[in-house]
Ligand binder design. Structure first.
Ligand SMILES: [Zn+2]
Length: 342
């Protein structure tokens, strides 16, 4: 059973939560927001466990009492977005799923029973993915919270939550981890060489989960493909752009690819501004030599490209689920024309 001591970073947020455990004064609902993959869920579970430990030490769980050893399962409920795999059968899927009204009903009926001791804690992952009806039903629980219950909503996109939900929760913002902290954790825990750990740390950009995924061969390959795609686009024409849209729209890892496009775009901007050392992919980014006149338009083209890629990511991923092919065609036609990657 992990305690707060085992968590990398987030000292300020953990300090606030430990004080709440010590004083017993806390909000009935929290929003933990911040970039994905940095440990918000882990902090939420540890907070829930500390609230249910019978002899917490300085706001942290003791790890040895009967409650700690029993694992708190009875008092901690986790809700994940789900996809319907066949009629009325749902599976957790944080990336593509939605939080549905039947899940909210389950939470509501679980909260009706009072706990013998401690607190009943509901942790909702990807809380920006409530279906509208589910969000409205959940709002009722937030408006009249059952006694002895704490609700923790976790999200990397707080702006996608209903304002009525936002206004009823205490907000705790989590920041990205430092790349060096992630790199040193990776080299100690995963035995990565220093070079690989530093690169994985930079690629994760403060997200431990992303860095860990980078350690899989798959992600390194995707990054190379993304760089090649942009290069071909710069050399090609309208047909290249349309073909690229068609091939990318069939991939189930479109969001990763768009994140890589953004990262490569950011790297070129860093190079253009004379800060190539800040580029994440310095080993595969070609920095062009611009003369003074070209620099200005290249800068504008790259900024525009970045905004377009982000817009496409927003439109094609949940909760939007926009038409992928159309969105990608528009993106690549504009990128081919604006010459950001030429
Ligand atoms: Zn304990």
């Amino acid at each position: 059973m992990g305690s707060f001591k085992d968590i990398i970073g987030h000292e300020r947020e953990i300090g606030i939560l430990k004080s709440a455990v010590v004083s017993g004064r806390m909000s009935h609902a929290y929003i933990f927001y911040g970039p994905g993959g940095i440990g918000k869920k882990l902090v939420a579970h540890t907070f829930a466990n500390a609230l249910n430990c019978s002899s917490p030490e300085d706001g942290d769980l003791c790890g040895i009492c009967t409650d700690c050893l029993a694992g708190f399962r009875a008092n901690v409920l986790e809700v994940n977005p789900t996809v319907e795999v066949k009629k009325d059968v749902f599976e957790d899927d944080e990336e593509n799923g939605l939080v549905r009204v039947h899940q909210v009903r389950e939470v509501q009926s679980a909260l009706r029973y009072r706990v013998e001791r401690g607190k009943k804690v509901v942790i909702v992952n990807s809380a920006d993915k409530f279906m509208p009806q589910a969000g409205n039903a959940f709002l009722k629980t937030l408006e009249e919270p059952p006694p002895d219950s704490i609700i923790i909503l976790i999200t990397s996109r707080p702006s996608a939550l209903l304002p009525t939900i936002l206004s009823r929760c205490a907000k705790l913002g989590f920041r990205a981890l430092s790349n060096t902290a992630v790199a040193s954790w990776l080299s100690q825990t995963k035995g990565l060489s220093e070079n690989d750990a530093v690169l994985a740390g930079k690629l994760g950009d403060g997200s431990l989960a992303m860095s860990l995924r980078y350690c899989d061969e798959g992600l390194a390959e995707k990054r190379r493909t993304a760089a090649e795609n942009l290069k071909n686009l710069a050399l090609g024409n309208t047909l290249t752009a349309l073909a690229l849209a068609e091939s990318l729209c069939k991939r189930d890892d479109l969001e990763d690819m768009l994140e890589f496009f953004k990262m490569l775009c950011r790297d070129r901007l860093a190079g253009l501004l004379g800060m190539g050392a800040l580029a994440v992919n310095s080993n595969i980014t070609e920095f062009s030599n611009y003369d003074a006149g070209q620099k200005d338009s290249a800068y504008r083209a790259l900024l525009e490209a970045y905004a377009l890629i982000e817009k496409t990511r927003f439109e094609t991923t949940p909760p939007r689920f926009g038409n992928k092919l159309l969105a990608l065609e528009r993106l690549f036609l504009r990128l081919a024309r604006n010459k950001a990657f030429a």
